[in-house]
Design a protein around this ligand. Structure first.
Ligand SMILES: Cc1cc2nc3c(=O)[nH]c(=O)nc-3n(C[C@H](O)[C@H](O)[C@H](O)COP(=O)(O)O)c2cc1C
Length: 411
């Protein structure tokens, strides 16, 4: 039993004490047909808790129906509290905490026209490239009233999360969703106080963070996930990544999880390697579009390596004192020690815990020293399929049953 590594010692973020430093990163499990939180999703997160992680993150919980990327996605509202409560109860039963990732898609949405008649909103108006497949060709440039509405949505979502028994909310400011559409120069060329300098581009996201902290920050941890670089020429570099961290720290975030890249323009920056080539294009629009754009965007060739995100993350570590969660390619006990040695407070794990939810217990007991997950990214192609996000390796998914039921969690 490993009793010496700092990674297995408790961590306090805001008002929340975690039993160790391992956080299951958000990995959009799907399993929410027509927005219904299923028994399968609850079981998935219970397995993560049982497997030893300190906290499991549920992705992504939309702040409103218009904030969804897809119809089959969770929305934090009074309608879903009872089902989410089943999920959080299951996580708590095993001594772990549950975190809701709260997100608004902005223009990065594939809702059909008849589902949402309003135009998608974003930092800028005009042509909406994501609407080409759904016929929502234009987006609305947010005015101050829209910003007030979205900030209220984040606050309401956090309050619903609290009621549903979540211990933390993670505000998604990365990967190209609405708040990232303000932060990245790819999507924000505004000339007012919300555009231009990074301070201006962060003004609205920081305001959302501040309001959520005021509403729930005494009772729940309020964390932020953001892209430390956009991973593509013309986007945010680590210089902006550091400034963003400083603004989050000044605003009072309880922790920041350091991710990379944009969903479509630079997806390989997020995963450290590209999505796999397939002969049959995946049915899901987002994945299909991601793969198409990946081909077109001529991303630099990236070959997966463990701890692929360490170099920029170290620069952020050196610039702020706030708790930081390292994310990207954590695969072994040796990696974990490196992350701790480099001064990070927590570790996020995505693919390795899809492969094996029991990894943390096994690392602690010494039964495993390294995951056998190959980071092949086939799990990404399974997002939103009827069985939900899953590992394709026959040795993977130990303990995760594929979810082919759509029964609500509380039924
Ligand atoms: C199947 C899958 C779905 C994901 N969905 C989300 C998501 O909904 N929100 C998010 O912030 N990140 C998402 N991610 C990114 C992960 O949180 C993480 O940043 C990435 O997998 C790198 O961490 P890893 O090397 O530990 O897998 C997803 C990753 C995978 C593999």
């Amino acid at each position: 039993m490993n009793t010496t590594s700092k990674a297995f010692r408790p961590l306090t973020i805001g008002p929340l004490k975690l039993r160790n430093r391992f956080i299951k990163a958000a990995t959009n499990e799907g399993m929410c047909k027509n927005g219904v939180i299923s028994k399968g999703l609850a079981r998935f997160h219970e397995n993560i808790a049982k497997g030893g992680a300190a906290m499991s993150t549920v992705a992504y919980c939309a702040t409103s129906k218009d904030g969804q990327t897809f119809v089959d996605q969770a929305h934090l509202s009074s309608d879903t509290i009872a089902d989410f409560k089943v999920l959080t109860d299951g996580v708590h039963k095993h001594g772990a905490a549950a975190q809701a990732q709260i997100t608004h898609a902005g223009s990065f949405t594939f809702l059909p026209k008849d589902f949402s008649t309003a135009k998608p909103i974003s930092a800028m108006g005009g042509f909406n490239k994501f609407g080409v497949m759904t016929g929502r060709y234009t987006k609305k440039k947010m005015d101050r009233a829209d910003m007030d509405d979205v900030a209220d949505q984040f606050v309401r979502a956090a309050l619903h999360a609290k009621e549903a028994g979540f211990d933390a909310v993670e505000i998604h400011m990365g990967h190209g969703y609405l708040l990232a559409q303000f932060i990245t120069p790819f999507y924000n060329t505004r000339k007012d106080e919300y555009g231009g300098s990074i301070e201006n581009r962060m003004r609205f996201p920081a305001e959302v963070l501040s309001k959520v902290l005021d509403a729930v920050g005494k009772d729940m941890a309020v964390t932020v996930k953001y892209s430390q670089t956009d991973g593509k020429a013309g986007g945010n570099t680590i210089t902006e990544g550091i400034e963003i961290a400083k603004i989050l720290e000044k605003t009072g975030a309880h922790m920041a999880q350091l991710s990379n890249g944009l969903n479509v323009e630079s997806i390989s920056a997020m995963f450290g390697n590209p999505l796999p080539a397939t002969s049959a294009p995946p049915k899901n629009l987002i994945v299909r579009l991601g793969m198409l754009m990946q081909k077109k965007s001529k991303e630099p060739d990236r070959e997966f390596s463990q701890l692929y995100s360490m170099e920029p993350a170290q620069k952020i570590r050196a610039a702020v004192n706030m708790p930081l969660c390292y994310l990207g390619g954590v695969q072994s006990m040796e990696n974990i020690e490196d992350v701790m040695h480099n001064g990070f407070d927590a570790l996020g794990l995505g693919r390795a815990l899809i492969f094996d939810p029991n990894l943390i217990n096994d690392l602690q007991s010494g039964a495993q020293s390294e995951t056998a997950c190959t980071a092949c990214n086939q799990c990404v192609l399974l997002m939103y399929t009827p069985g939900g996000t899953a590992c394709v390796d026959p040795n993977g998914m130990r303990g995760h049953a594929s979810n082919l039921n759509t029964q609500r969690a509380s039924s």
